[in-house]
Design a protein around this ligand. Sequence first.
Ligand SMILES: Cc1cc2nc3c(=O)[nH]c(=O)nc-3n(C[C@H](O)[C@H](O)[C@H](O)COP(=O)(O)O)c2cc1C
Length: 384
Amino acid sequence: MNAYSIADLRHIAKRRLPRAIFDFFDGGAEDETTLDANVLAFRRIRLAPRVLVNVAEIDTTTTILGEPSAMPLAIAPTGAVGFGWHDGDVAIARAAAAAGIPYTLSSTATASIERIANAAPGRLWFQAYILRNQAYLHALIERAKVADYEALVITVDLPVGGKRERDFRNDFRVPFRFTPKNVLDFATRPRWLGSLLAHGMPVMENLRGLEAEAHSAHAIASSVGRNYDPTFDWDRLRQIRDLWPRKLVIKGILRPDDAVRAVDIGCDAVVVSNHGGRQLDGAAAALDALPFVTAAVRHRVPVLLDGGVRRGADILKAKACGAEAVLVGRATLYGVAAAGEAGARRAIEIIKDELVRSMQLCGVTSSGAVGPDVMFKGVLPPRC
Ligand SMILES: Cc1cc2nc3c(=O)[nH]c(=O)nc-3n(C[C@H](O)[C@H](O)[C@H](O)COP(=O)(O)O)c2cc1C
């Protein structure tokens, strides 16, 4: 495959997908300032390579949430992947398993909890949105428990949906509704359309039961939107802690005080994240927030990060600022939308190759040895 960077995969995905689908994956909220800031925050950090180190052997292996991983990378939950590639969720989960890194299944995935567990033999985490229908939410959590998912990831930055204007302009919503505008758009990508017609419209398999609450099949999108619970608070999070005996991860933290509160009520890890710039536009870049969160958490639990990771060196930078590991959303989405499972594998391979090369060029031979001093300002008085 002629893709040497995540940007190349993005380019291929853009050519293959109808505009509405590409924009849904690629876009962010409002002016997309947070989306851009996530990437720019990584670009701002300069590294301080240590020279004359024997870097013939590089060990990227590590632990994430106490279990082994081939590198400090996991897959972030992303919904509606099936619109990019038929069975795209399975493709990404299988690519993650092959690479030896954890995979997170979204509540709004187009493959069910059980289908992923059967298809992908690797480490699996399940991400839950907080639905108004508590019985339904609890049933989802129970299904993840029965299917042996290792961790439950609760996303807390979506009390309501962000304002994603590209989707409005393109008449795109999930589940999908045909309109004259998007039908015209789809017609520009006949190969993609052929696959959609052959396999049928992707369905949010984990939320099937909620269809009953919609007025019609076409109203499911608003039904799901209506079912996110804006009243969810710390007390309810405590209840979920009691329901789930395994690792509980809170995703969508930017403030140190929120991170400490999550740890205090027994969460096992936090993910510093702004939902890839798709929720509050103007929110801090994830990497900028990270050092404040890690300082407040003081190693009581692992701190992960997502948002803006496009290069292997970004993993070094996040680890230098205290993250145990990073997650990627769009990187593997672009890969799967470009070429299915092969594309998702290629995305992970590109990041790993860049990580190894960056470690060699920085004179760091193991993941565990990456510290603040790989950053240029880290070799000066330490201030992350
Ligand atoms: C198309 C798309 C769908 C997403 N769906 C979900 C989701 O269902 N649940 C969730 O917690 N986060 C979701 N996210 C956010 C990601 O988990 C992650 O926070 C974000 O993509 C990280 O930024 P990056 O794309 O720059 O790597 C989604 C992101 C994208 C791009």
